[in-house]
Design a binder for this molecule. Structure first.
Ligand SMILES: [Zn+2]
Length: 297
């Protein structure tokens, strides 16, 4: 293992699914952790393991983002990748979990960092909301906007991979994954999760339902405290490994690391013109198939 995954809040570091899953480093907001402690913990990880991949939520505060950049520049480290992820909090925590799962394989730090973008495509994530009046991260039609002022009306919203919004009723359906998944659910006490537990689990054919506490940032992300967040995810590490390892790899001209797709997450350079010939092989989304395991020794 050469790479540790870091998240920006303790509630984004989900409990490990099995004894093989490495834990995550937590780099909380400046108000919650002195800079010296963040530097000490980060440099200890770099020294012991080698590389750090930090998942940076697109909705992260300016101060918190500055803190991450400070840590990287003070440590003068080209072994820290700050990977921007635009997912709701529960899905981001699951993505971090999946990267932790594949980090036990010998894939290389550049491939694991760019694997974040690839695996995001396989997370079907959304929420049931009591109001969409303040939802600004998913496009909302004017009619839904007006309806959200009517008491008792609820909406089912898909944020990723493709935005979709329906009003909850007998005919309400959300497009879901076409491969085996588990469903993660995190509900606020102010709203029921019956629709997710019933309709959605059946429609999406999820094999297992896993409950989590609602992440602290979820209400801000969705624009309401009346929410049940959900995410369908691939639980099988063999399938995740296969998805990541089957994509064509480029070698970064600057740092020499292998990566998937156009962008090196460590030195933040995009593919050079001379690599244009390989662009037919950029990250592609395929259907997961077998469950072959290749656990690294
Ligand atoms: Zn590079």
């Amino acid at each position: 293992m050469s790479t540790v995954i870091a998240v920006t809040g303790a509630d984004l570091a989900l409990p490990a699914l099995d004894q093989y899953t490495p834990s995550a480093l937590v780099l909380p907001a400046p108000a919650e952790q002195p800079l010296e402690q963040a530097l000490a913990e980060t440099s200890a990880v770099l020294e012991a393991i080698g590389h750090l991949v930090v998942l940076v939520p697109a909705s992260l505060s300016r101060e918190h983002r500055l803190r991450l950049h400070s840590v990287r520049s003070i440590l003068e480290s080209d072994r820290i990748a700050l990977v921007e992820v635009d997912l709701p909090p529960l899905a981001l925590a699951l993505l971090a979990m999946q990267l932790r799962q594949i980090s036990q394989y010998d894939l290389g730090s550049g491939v694991i960092a760019s694997g974040a973008r690839l695996l995001t495509h396989y997370l079907y994530t959304g929420a049931v909301l009591g109001s969409v009046a303040k939802l600004d991260r998913v496009a909302v039609g004017l009619r839904s906007h007006l309806k959200s002022w009517v008491p008792g009306v609820q909406f089912a919203v898909l944020a990723n991979p493709n935005p979709h919004l329906v009003e909850i009723g007998d005919a309400a359906r959300l497009p879901g994954p076409s491969y085996p998944t588990y469903l993660a659910v995190a509900a606020a006490p102010t709203i029921g999760d019956e629709w997710v537990r019933g309709r959605l689990v059946r429609d999406w054919n999820c094999q297992y339902l896993h409950e989590f506490p609602l992440p602290a940032d979820s209400a801000r992300w969705w624009g309401t405290a009346k929410l049940t967040e959900f995410a369908a995810y691939i639980p099988d590490v063999g399938v995740l490994y296969q998805l990541v390892s089957s994509v064509y790899r480029h070698q970064c001209r600057w740092c020499g690391r292998e990566r998937l797709g156009e962008r090196c997450e460590f030195c933040e350079t995009a593919a050079q013109e001379s690599e244009a010939g390989n662009r037919a092989h950029v990250v592609g989304v395929t259907q997961p198939e077998s469950k072959a395991h290749h656990r690294a020794g």
